[in-house]
Write a protein that binds this ligand. Sequence first.
Ligand code: PA5
Length: 465
Amino acid sequence: MTDHDRARLDYANLLASHVDGGLEAARLEGDLAVRFRAAWEEVQRRRASGDMGFLELPEATEAVAAVKDVADGFGQWFEDVVVLGIGGSGLGAIAVRDALLGPFWNERDDEARDHFPRLHVVDNPDPSTFGRLLDRLDPGRTLFNVVSKSGSTAETMAQYLVARAWVEEAVEADRVRGHFLFTTDPRAGALRSIAEAEGIPALSVPPNVGGRFSVLSAVGLLPAAVCGVDVDGLLAGARDMMSRCREPDLAGNPGALLATLLHAADTEAGRHVHVLMPYADRLRSFAFWFQQLWAESLGKARALDGGPAHTGPTPLASVGASDQHSLLQLFIEGPKDKVVLFVSVTDRGDDLTIPAGHPDMPSLAYLGGHTLGELLDTERRATAEALRREGRPNATILIPRVEAHALGELFMLFEMATVYAGALYGVDPLDQPGVELGKRLTYGLMGREGHEAPDIDDGDPRFIA
Ligand code: PA5
């Protein structure tokens, strides 16, 4: 594999040699290398204590075989597969679907889908979305993959109950369980108990793999495999990136560099907003996956040593060139609080040549003979340069194509960068105590047993007349 076949990070525009206020390159061999070494040791320690199960996923051959078994067998009996899962239990599947199945998968006919099912991922329990989806589906030909590691998340459980009643109304009682597949903890939680009691097939999320790190487990692999995605390629890409990100040497480790550069930009240069801006529609959902990973892992009130932390950069998902006409003005002239991370795709495969129409109109004529992919990539380069000239740091991740191997590399690159960044910030990147309170209050308000209805301070609203 040559350098051009793998994901590469070009960070020149983060350095003082290229951008005003950038980082002195020598520091990457000096204090930042020393600081990273300590972060690396912390990650090794947590890995050795068994906390970082996501690092085992690319080599979990038995679990992958179980996924393929279901996907290639019983998964193919259906026309529509509906994933019900939220946060880390939904965003990875959406990212894989949009990147690797490409646009309009669900609108294609059977032949154009190679007879694989349509794939819907419903994360939000918004009745207008879920209700309209059910209206379009045939219960007799639909499989619901209910994904919840805890098996108790209110949104997903509510959707499961709605889906279950909808199936029960349409098919014979002894066939209901055949329309469900659970992805959950191997032992604990309501979904596991229901699966065991009713013989509903269930795949496992390893207990030491957190939701937002679970895309390469059955959580993301089953929806991918059931639609014919090359999951071996995805996992091979993750393995390749993982071996590059294991090094204690900062300069040779892309995940370490990404974490170190973004952490330094945030904590030393006030660049608190980290924008991920792929120039590819297929990677738009990947940017949203990153947004959750970075936010939930690094936004913490407590440090590892128990003291206060209040750390965390704000991630922002964006897409080029669309957001050049929306957010870019802010990035270029607004507060100097951002780092923009582009993703560039070298080979778009199905590129379109722009015809040489209207040769007498200079505002159109120059486009003729170029391709749409060329235009997108030129815009990315021009935007990076414009940002640089205005003293706005940016970097670019280059991938050869949007295909399984590259996506696997991207997932692992950001997962590794996240755990290294957690160690640099001195926080636990694997927990999310901040979202628990809202969950508990919801349980109380919705009347869940064992949860008292709380007093909510929303009894005195102020409206404009
Ligand atoms: O990353 C996380 O841990 C969360 O976003 C969870 O994935 C999300 O809350 C859903 O949890 P569960 O899979 O238990 O339903």
